[in-house]
Design a protein around this ligand. Structure first.
Ligand SMILES: Cc1ncc(C[n+]2csc(CCOP(=O)(O)OP(=O)(O)O)c2C)c(N)n1
Length: 304
């Protein structure tokens, strides 16, 4: 059952002593000190716990990257696939087993370059996925090369004169694809991330969440303090409603004076992809149950 009381939930869980329910395991953390990934994973665990999900009901598809190295640090069903391909795997899982809450994680490199085609078609197809884009404005795992989001004028490994092209703004890009859910949040603010993740988890189509992530090792230009000086909350704007795409596009643009965070756009009246198929318009079952009677254990073993 969804709740807002993290203390009472955690007390209940610690009595159960069930680390799997708390998404916690003993894997050694290898992220740099101060990396935004710590807070992102913390906020995600809080959100899932508060929304009442148990780990067996969640599947997370991870891209290759520093963000993807979170795949063995969270106790749930996880898949760590190829670079730029976190989304197609998540789409398959979400379509195949509708009882699962499917989440995908990828960096700005994997999302806005290698896998940008998948992003476009996930938005268009409304696959039921909560997508978390970790935007640290560089290729982190391969030691700080420029990504499509790197701001100009920053010396990067492999491009010491800086990025020559205009940077892409992922949330602005998605707002132009006729999406049904676009939000942005900041890795320094666990409370805000938790609020946004919970909203995204409740969206029934493709929920796009960009997390502006600090990267103290390779991104010294926009550290935590830089964000705190600029972050503004959409909900503080008088009369703000997340139902106007054109208005959302205006607020997403600024990245110098103000960096707005919050839900930019949400449309709850969407038809998920499966129900768009004429013969499945009323379908309420779970495709995974329909193939349960086929024994695939031998086939799976053949890959071992
Ligand atoms: C198709 C392909 N291209 C490039 C690589 C090399 N590679 C592995 S991780 C990575 C950087 C990932 O950066 P990003 O997606 O921004 O995630 P981050 O590490 O910053 O979290 C690259 C380029 C790869 N493994 N596969």
């Amino acid at each position: 059952m969804p709740t807002n009381n993290i203390k009472s939930v955690m007390q209940g869980l610690s009595q159960k002593k069930d680390s799997y329910v708390r998404y916690v395991n003993d894997e050694v953390i290898t992220w740099c000190s101060g990396c935004g990934n710590y807070q992102i994973q913390n906020a995600l665990k809080r959100s899932l716990t508060l929304e009442g999900y148990t780990a067996d009901k969640v599947l997370m598809s991870f891209d290759i990257g520093c963000n993807g190295n979170g795949s063995d640090k969270i106790a749930m069903n996880t898949f760590h696939g190829l670079h730029g391909r976190a989304l197609p795997l998540a789409a398959g899982a979400a379509m195949g087993n509708t009882d699962l809450k499917v989440i995908a994680s990828a960096g700005d490199g994997g999302t806005m370059s290698e896998g940008i085609n998948h992003l476009v078609h996930c938005v268009r197809s409304e696959y039921p996925i909560t997508f978390i884009l970790h935007n640290n404005h560089n290729y982190g795992l391969t030691t700080g090369q420029a990504s499509a989001c790197t701001l100009p004028g920053r010396a990067m490994n492999g491009s010491p004169d800086g990025q020559l092209l205009e940077p892409m703004n992922p949330s602005e890009f998605v707002l132009n694809l006729n999406p049904s859910f676009v939000a942005r949040t900041f890795s320094g603010d666990v409370k805000h991330m938790t609020k946004i993740f919970r909203k995204a988890l409740n969206h029934k189509g493709f929920a796009f969440v960009e997390v502006l992530q600090t990267c103290p090792t390779y991104n010294k230009v926009t550290p935590q303090e830089w964000y705190w000086e600029r972050v503004k909350y959409l909900e503080d704007i008088k009369g703000w409603k997340a139902n106007d795409l054109e208005k959302a596009k205006k607020y997403i643009k600024d990245f110098e004076k103000n960096v707005y965070v919050g839900v930019f756009y949400e449309n709850k009246n969407i038809v998920p992809y499966v129900n768009k198929l004429p013969y499945l318009s009323d379908y309420k079952g779970n495709p995974a149950n329909e193939v349960k009677h086929f024994d695939v254990s031998k086939l799976i073993k053949s890959f071992e």
